[in-house]
Write a protein that binds this ligand. Structure first.
Ligand code: MD3
Ligand code: FE
Length: 222
């Protein structure tokens, strides 16, 4: 890996995407041996499903969550909730290796006080995309979002404050971590369709973890 002239930026390097947005290349790789089994347990307890948009269409991204709050969407709209309305069960606890990776990445990007209480887990099969949107449903916008990319690579779209602003394309690989906060917290963003492929550890999928503070400022952690 380290001898590959064409591998782009080296593992361990950081790329500044905005005033308060950082790509920490390969940051999750050292924790992968603890992270992947913990993630597998969460997915077993709360399986992925295709939630419905408020308009009634099934999303192409399959989702689940862990933490005290999870992201849900149905005809009643999208929101954070203590349990999945489909199963009636609380979300699995956020495993320590996941929470610790998120807080370490946030600290490395200048957010030492990040206290995530929700982790939204997105699964992309080849062909799945996520259209440009803002994440503005979290009451404490002073807290960043930490994103961890696993499995197949993807091209991330990093836009501006308006939907029509030109978006920069950022390739994201297995183990990459991105931290977005402060002035960059409300940027539009999305993911281009994931190309076909098979990842040695995760198979034909990309899994993205987004760690958030979804409850009120100053509340309890996950
Ligand atoms: C930039 N997920 O779940 S994570 C989402 O790869 C979401 O699954 C994408 O967007 C994924 O809402 C991208 C990166 C991300 C998350 C939040 C952001 C980028 C952001 C908030 C502001 C700016
Ligand atoms: Fe988002």
């Amino acid at each position: 890996m380290s001898g590959d002239l064409f591998a782009g930026i080296a593992a361990g390097s950081r790329l500044q995407l905005g005033d308060q947005a950082w790509l920490l290349h390969g940051f999750a790789l050292a924790a992968a041996d603890a992270l992947l089994p913990a993630l597998k347990d969460v997915i077993q307890a709360a399986p992925f499903r295709h939630m419905c948009t408020p308009g009634g269409r099934a999303m192409s991204v399959a989702t689940t969550s862990c933490g005290t709050l999870g992201w849900v969407s149905d005809r009643g709209g999208y929101r954070y909730a203590r349990h999945d309305p489909a199963s009636g069960r609380d979300w699995p606890t956020m495993p320590a290796p996941m929470r610790e990776l998120a807080t370490a990445a946030a600290a490395a990007a200048g957010f030492p006080d990040f206290r995530p209480d929700a982790c939204l887990i997105n699964r992309y099969r080849p062909g799945t995309r996520l259209s440009l949107h803002q994440d503005r449903d979290e009451p404490d916008l002073g807290q960043p979002i930490v994103s961890v990319s696993l499995g197949l690579p993807a091209t991330f779209l990093f836009g501006g404050m308006a939907r029509s602003d030109r978006a920069v394309r950022v390739p994201l690989d297995h183990g990459d971590v991105v931290v977005w906060g402060g002035v960059d917290r409300l940027r539009f963003h999305g993911v281009l369709p994931v190309a076909p492929g098979v990842h040695p550890q995760l198979g034909a999928q990309r899994i993205n973890l987004t760690f958030r503070r979804a409850g009120p400022a100053g509340g309890t952690t996950a």
